[in-house]
Design a protein around this ligand. Structure first.
Ligand code: PSU
Ligand code: MN
Length: 304
């Protein structure tokens, strides 16, 4: 127990990033989302995109149970190569710290850390959501629940089409979470820019986005928002190609009986195989694009 107390004291002493243009970045994408060495190259490139906007990139993870807010290049390299790293969500934090484990952070876990350190902006690729057939399996990512607990603004490229997009959006609506399309009227679906789902809220500019966030905060809503930033046109994929790959991946997943926290990593890597790496290229492009917007937003939010 002493280990936990000591660690949390240390965490509380860390400087806060309130009123600083900081962008937090998750690490599950490094350990469970992309193969080595691409994962490391992309993590470093994403940090660079944030810096170019005048903001501070902070990639988070637990190394041997110790929380790191802002990994060094060496630590990113270490995580990128390491085997058996825990994919940590909200429920896993105490377990990882107490047992001094290496763990990457999911969107939910990264939001908790961001809140603790006063970081308002978070860039990622995709978030977890309600899985297809979720009405039977009850597979709903803890990411969705976190938006009503942690006041952090998450920029992603939309719910990935491996999910039940309609139910994911319904879930967020029930929780009262602002889902804001950035310069788009329809919900982007990660690899594709448009969909049949309408965005109820659209922001025309970074200034507009910052205003919405500030107004929610001033109103005391005290919860996160989800910003949908469509993949750059030149790197988007054909919906037909993607849907075919996803359908095949789902069939194989069910055949293999994969469930729980393995579902998302399995589907992500299977889709990369089935599209012969094309989806990986798109993934890289959209993450960098999200990092750019996050950097701009973090700078904008610091303006009085
Ligand atoms: N979706 C993606 N790419 C990812 C993830 C989701 O398109 O890398 C990762 C994120 O870290 C997210 C996590 O928080 O998977 C969700 O996992 P689960 O569905 O088990 O909650
Ligand atoms: Mn799940």
């Amino acid at each position: 127990m002493a280990i936990c107390r000591k660690n949390s004291e240390k965490v509380n002493q860390e400087k806060t990033y309130l009123n600083k243009p900081a962008v937090i970045l998750e690490s599950t994408i490094i350990t469970h989302g992309m193969p080595y060495p691409t994962n490391v190259e992309v993590a470093l490139a994403v940090e660079e995109e944030v810096r170019k906007q005048g903001a501070i990139p902070l990639t988070t993870a637990f190394i041997k149970g110790e929380l790191k807010v802002g990994l060094t290049k060496e630590e990113i390299e270490y995580l990128g190569k390491a085997k058996g790293v825990v994919k940590a969500s909200r429920r896993d934090i105490g377990y990882v710290v107490a047992n001094k484990l290496d763990a990457s952070t999911t969107v939910a876990c990264t939001m908790i850390i961001a809140k603790k350190f006063g970081i308002k902006v978070f860039a990622t690729g995709g978030i977890g959501g309600v899985h297809r057939d979720g009405e039977n399996t009850m597979d709903i990512s803890a990411d969705l629940e976190e938006f009503s607990k942690s006041n952090v603004n998450v920029i992603c490229a939309g719910p990935k089409a491996i999910l039940d997009v309609g139910r994911t959006l319904e879930y967020l609506e029930t929780k009262g979470i602002a889902v804001i399309g950035y310069q788009t009227d329809t919900v982007p679906l990660f690899y594709t820019r448009e969909s049949e789902y309408k965005c109820e809220q659209t922001a025309s500019s970074v200034e507009n986005l910052a205003q919405i966030i500030k107004c929610n905060d001033e109103f005391g809503l005290n919860q996160g928002s989800l910003i949908l930033n469509p993949i750059p046109f030149e790197d988007s994929l054909e919906p037909q190609v993607m849907n075919k790959a996803i359908d095949e991946a789902l069939v194989e997943m069910n055949k293999k009986g994969i469930n729980g926290k393995e579902v998302t990593p399995f589907l992500l890597s299977k889709v990369v195989d089935l599209t012969k790496g094309k989806s990986l290229e798109s993934n890289i492009s959209l993450i960098k694009n999200n990092a750019r917007l996050a950097g701009k937003l973090a700078v904008e939010l610091c303006k009085k």
